[in-house]
Write a protein that binds this ligand. Sequence first.
Ligand code: GRG
Length: 341
Amino acid sequence: MTYAPSPASDIPASVLSSNPLDASVQADSSQSADAPDYETRFAASMRAVQIHLERYLNKDAYDASPEASGLWEAMRYGTLDGGKRIRSVLALEACKACGGQLEHILPTACAIELVHAQSLIHDDLPCMDNDDLRRGKPSLHKAYGESTAVLAGDALIALAFGLISKETPLTAPLSAEVLLQVLGDFSDVTSVRGLVNGQFVDIQHEGQPFTREILEYIHTYKTGALFQFSLRAGAMLAGASSAVVERFTLLGQKLGLAFQIVDDLLDIGSTSEALGKTAGKDQIQQKATYPAFFGEEASRAQVAQLTEESLALLEQTEGMPADYNPMALKALVGFISNRIK
Ligand code: GRG
């Protein structure tokens, strides 16, 4: 099928190859699912993503190309320093839960982070949401200038596609056909069938009256698309059946919406210091948000409902491996609905 966003365990030791990530991933297995803190619970997955991102945005590459060193530096600034890595961690955990291998999901998980970083860099530009603060430091155009910010974002998108296609090993059970499907889905997500679409409609509706349908549309495309892709790609690259892939796609849809509603609530109820980005902007820019349309209490109730529905999806065992363990994904559902930054 063609992927389009619709509205609204740990890796077994046997699948771990002899790479430097083994120790950290295995260390993660010993953590209990009810560990309260996201950074602690998912430290190993976050570290795995960070190590690979560092490698892809390798300093040697720009040392060898001194003319473009400023661009490399800007790309590293926008990608490597900060961020919760929630989308890539979801992709890793989805793949693990479906019995997949780290080496098959890691390049795609890192590509997701590259595109996410790009979307933040471009979103902060004066011609978009115009923000000076991101991840607790000056946004990229403030640190490096607007033209570098545009070019750094452009380069990150293209690099993300190369990363999936060049770095994903075509070892069993992964076939070239599935990898091509993942690349096709990634194209939808990064194009006018995904984030760009949501951003366009979001900006068009600034200061304008909006309906519930428009609100859902914006959140589904602007934020939900990348969450859906993260869960879906995790299942696909694990070689899951199409029924499981669709179940994980639905899970990503619910989690993406919950994540964005919480984001809307934090914009009202938190501080720039805690968030690392400017709080209170949605009201100033008259954005289409859940609290603006439904009120805060009803928005929280919708997050609670999406959380319940997500947990129920994770209870389903049909098509899952015999040693299926949903605890890590359940912990991520809890983090998404209760997060404070
Ligand atoms: C993908 C080609 C292409 C273009 C992007 C600019 C744009 C088009 C889209 C903007 C999308 C956007 C900024 C959505 C907001 C999503 C959101 C809630 C971001 C905050 O995510 P966190 O909290 O950030 O995960 P960290 O810093 O933790 O990574």
